[in-house]
Design a protein around this ligand. Structure first.
Ligand code: TYM
Length: 376
């Protein structure tokens, strides 16, 4: 394989590979960039801009402006996001969830959260349904640990709650042809039927609020851009079913600790899981790819490159909230004043501090998990 082929960008709901070109994704997926004008509009609602907006980590959207306009005129929106429980949650998954929590707190609105144990079962030949279901309950603890309020948060466990979803899934599935699904998701003759039907199930929470409450309001979906293909087909059929088109706000991928690609559970040595111990975090961060030079002398002289450094990205996305300190670190890196070892040490401490609190809250969540169940 040539280097070019190895670096080729693939972004689908099931695979993200190579160097991700976000500008190109906006064009290819047909979404819109989040402009400074839109940021001003958001700020009118939120007061100050959340870190993930200030730093353009959320970079693209569909109909976010429409949803804000509707909100101004008195039509609220609900939030919708989710997780495919294939293994433990990593800190990349927390990126859209932290932002979702910010939106929930700011707009005082409901969140529907879909735990797709069915999806993870059908797409992986080796998966066992019991295992993905169990993993769904484990993953829900991470969501709850972020501080979502039970009164406004409704977790849907697909297999357990399918009776709530099935009628809407059928209405959706009936209106999407195989040819559209194939063009959108790249299905092959060898793709199993469960997988082909699956996108209809991921559409359902966009519409479920009306069934549960009688209120017809749009859903706003914060998620990384890999999930966008689902919304393309859902948006096409929404008006035919009498619903608003769901709106989206897309985040970039937190990279793994290796070279390129996104943080992914399938590469455990380059992912930080929320259940990792301090020693494991230390080892993983210590082995991380950075933008450093071959020798200390060289780095002191020529500086390093934070743009390609995974450590810097973790500070940018999650672990350095102070913009001034982040900029200082960037400059110190570029001028060789700080070395990779120092940044790795700082990041390890920051991650372990965060995880120690998160793990405590995760334990406590075990007593409350039922309060979040959509069928409570
Ligand atoms: P899943 O489990 O692959 O991912 C869960 C959420 O995390 C985002 N994500 C990331 N964000 C930043 N950096 C990363 N490295 C990273 N990796 C994953 C994903 O975009 C997603 O938002 N089919 C879905 C489950 C689902 C869902 C939804 C997700 C059902 N309904 C509605 C979002 C919105 C899945 O397997 O997600």
């Amino acid at each position: 394989m040539t280097d070019e082929e190895k670096n080729e960008m693939i972004v689908t709901p099931w695979e993200v590979k190579g160097k991700v070109d976000y500008e190109r994704l906006i064009k290819e997926f047909g979404t819109l960039p989040i402009t400074d004008e839109l940021l001003k509009k958001i700020q009118k609602h939120t007061g100050s801009l959340h870190l993930q907006l200030r730093r353009k980590l959320f970079f693209s959207h569909r109909d976010l402006d429409t949803v804000l306009d509707l909100h101004d005129r008195g039509t609220k929106f609900v939030l919708y996001t989710g997780r495919g429980p294939s293994g433990p949650v990593h800190i990349g998954h927390l990126v859209p969830w932290i932002f979702t929590k910010h939106l929930q707190d700011t707009f005082h609105t409901r969140l529907y959260f879909q735990m797709t144990d069915d999806e993870k079962f059908v797409i992986d030949d080796d998966a066992q349904l019991k295992q993905t279901t169990k993993c769904g309950y484990e993953n829900a603890l991470d969501l709850i640990a972020l501080g979502f309020k039970p009164e406004d948060t409704f977790i849907i466990y697909d297999v357990q709650d399918i009776d709530l979803l099935y009628d809407i899934a059928l209405e959706v599935a009936k209106r999407i042809t195989y040819s559209t699904a194939k063009a959108t998701f790249g299905f092959q003759d060898s793709t199993n039927l469960g997988w082909i039907f699956w996108p209809a199930v991921q559409s359902v929470p966009c519409f479920i609020h009306k069934k549960l409450t009688g209120e017809n309001v749009p859903a706003l979906i914060p998620a990384a851009i890999d999930q966008d293909p689902y919304w393309r087909i859902t948006r096409d059929i929404a008006p035919k079913l009498g619903y608003f088109k769901p709106a989206q706000i897309h985040n970039r991928f937190l990279p793994g600790l290796g070279v390129g690609g996104k943080m992914s559970a399938s590469e455990p040595e380059t992912a930080i899981f929320t259940t990792d111990t301090p020693e494991i975090v230390k080892r993983k961060v210590w082995n991380a790819f950075t933008g450093g030079k071959g020798t200390v002398a060289e780095q002191r002289k020529a500086g390093a490159n934070p743009d390609v450094c995974s450590i810097y990205q973790y500070l940018l996305f999650l672990f350095e909230e102070d913009d001034k300190k982040l900029l200082e670190r960037e400059q110190q890196c570029k001028t060789g004043k700080i070395l990779c070892g120092e940044c790795k040490k700082d990041l390890t401490e920051k991650i372990n501090k965060f995880l120690s609190e998160h793990q405590k809250r995760r334990e406590k969540a075990k007593d409350n998990i039922q309060k979040y169940d959509i069928k409570r």
